[in-house]
Write a protein that binds this ligand. Sequence first.
Ligand code: SAM
Length: 235
Amino acid sequence: MLAEYTRACLNLELSVRQLAQFEVLGDMLLDWNQRMNLTSITAPEDIVVKHFLDSLTLVKVVPQFDRLRLIDVGTGAGFPGLALAIAFPALNVTLLDSTAKKLRFIQSVGEELQLKNVRTIHVRAEDAGRDKSHRASYDIAVARAVARLPILMEYLLPLAKPEGQVIAMQGMTAYDDANSAAKAIDALGGELFTIEEVLLPTLDNPRYLIVIDKIKKTPRQYPRQPGTPTRDPIQ
Ligand code: SAM
């Protein structure tokens, strides 16, 4: 099913090996989910569409992934970053989360699937954005279901390189979200590039990819201390 969906919706051809890797990922997700809270999505068809296919929709706005450095902030059980790492072996993927047990799941999947293009970092997004080894270091900084957009901008834009991009995977309120984040985008050195609508099989509501270009360095005062973006978002 995944092969037909990626071909039809995304014009993306997955190899037999990659399809087998996605199958193992789905099995491991369900197995580990019995012992820890990784996902509320558990029907096999939903895992394929809402986790795997949804993650891969980034191909709609990124013309080629080879040799790019991508960071997935608040990756949880690895979405979208882990799915992208399977589909694009030449993409260099960093999976960031503040919850260590979720990262242990990802590490275990990485070992099982022998993924060489994945690393995990256990850190708050606000701390990573101030750390020289991550700040302004990524071609693409992406997140799904992590925080409201003005807050998310303070997590993502400091991590993107100048001329890199930030991609926020949003739901039905994407246009309102983008408006509410306009001030944060500008203050953090970004500029709204496009909002791409994405339709997925079996789902009634479209999803949206909000793409922001990093056009200037993020000012030194951002990101602020952990928790401050949530308590006092730029808006
Ligand atoms: N992106 C995944 C997905 O769509 O399936 C997981 C979404 S989950 C609802 C949100 C994740 O973001 C959690 O794993 C949480 O630990 C992480 N998170 C939230 N705020 C964070 C922060 N400031 N720094 C790092 N991780 C954060």
